[in-house]
Design a protein around this ligand. Sequence first.
Ligand SMILES: *Cc1c(COP(=O)(O)O)cnc(C)c1O
Length: 410
Amino acid sequence: MASRGFTTTILHSDRLTKPEHGALHKPIYTSVTYGYDDVQDLVDIFQNKKKGYAYSRQGNPTVSALENKVTQMENGMATIAFSTGMAAISATILALIKQGDHILASSYLFGNTRSVFQSFIDMGLDITFTDATSVDNVRNELKPNTKMVFVETIANPATQIADLEKIGGLCSEKGIIYVVDNTMTSPYIFKPVNVKASLVINSLTKYIGGHGDALGGSVTDTGLFKWSTFANIFEGFKTQVKPEVLGITQIRKKGLRDAGGTLSPEAAHSISIGSETLALRMERACTNALSLATFFGAHPLIKKVYYPGLASHPQHKLAGELFYKFGGLMSFEIDESIDCFAFLNKLKLVIKSSNLGDTRTLAIPVAHTIFNELGPVKRAEMGISDSMIRLSVGIEDLDDLLEDFKTALA
Ligand SMILES: *Cc1c(COP(=O)(O)O)cnc(C)c1O
């Protein structure tokens, strides 16, 4: 059978696993634990000899149904869901990295990722940052003990784009785990497996869930990394599971089970329903975003626009080659003659809020909020100015959005 399209696959994913009564959705299983008539079944599940559920901190059927959808969206091998995107990121590091290892990360990172990396540095991990918009910087900063390279697709808020394909080539040549946070692009407009990512992070809270009603995160193993050669695999797993699933097993056990950032079945259900319209929402958000960016680009009171879809963006060409669309997020700087808070307060439709990837359009002054803790020096390093406003473009009717901005600027 020819492989089906993105939306068809997600819409029919649960049904094809034949839930009871012909249900079209996987039911919400609220059971914390699972009982077995024969103790051997329970033992086999514990020893990874059999698929099944033992305790919901490390696996739940409703959550598995969502994991299955994310795996299909990412063309991956397996996925583990977490309570949040941050839980997915911290569990991945916790599960795979040891003291003495080095992680090379992009200097343009989501603020909380940058912050948790600082906590890991404070605990003794060697993590350094480099401008990942060029593979040369990444190559120059690798160390003999580099075990992982961590990048985002489109960085938030200034929309720098990592040199994704070339970094993938470099990591695969050197046998380094390549982690790509795909939150800003979502698997609908970019599949990191196509640039040789080993692991793909998604904040399910954002585009995949899409409605601002549930938190979640995920890690997908693309199947490309050779875990059998990875020094940090726990001995106990090597005799229990096939070499290709050693990485995902270690993340599930050491990352999810032990650190406990478990996604609730209720949230998994909400995110699953949201994911059915990911492609439709993304199409609309990307179209709205490109029109708004073009409008801001031509407006005399807007000093600078950061959006990969504009020809003026430094990585516009690269973005066009890598991504199917340019995404729903942009930032802009307003003229100094205008008070940026007063401008935001004039918006009637656009909501002053910190989320992104919502169906509704949200705006936030970034230096004063999400990047406030970093201080002015790190903000400058990350290209974040004081008058920068980040806009997560939603799926409203374009004319209404344009009207709101025109009126506020007038
Ligand atoms: C929001 C976000 C995260 C964290 O996700 P949460 O679900 O909010 O914990 C990680 N990476 C990126 C790029 C994000 O935008």
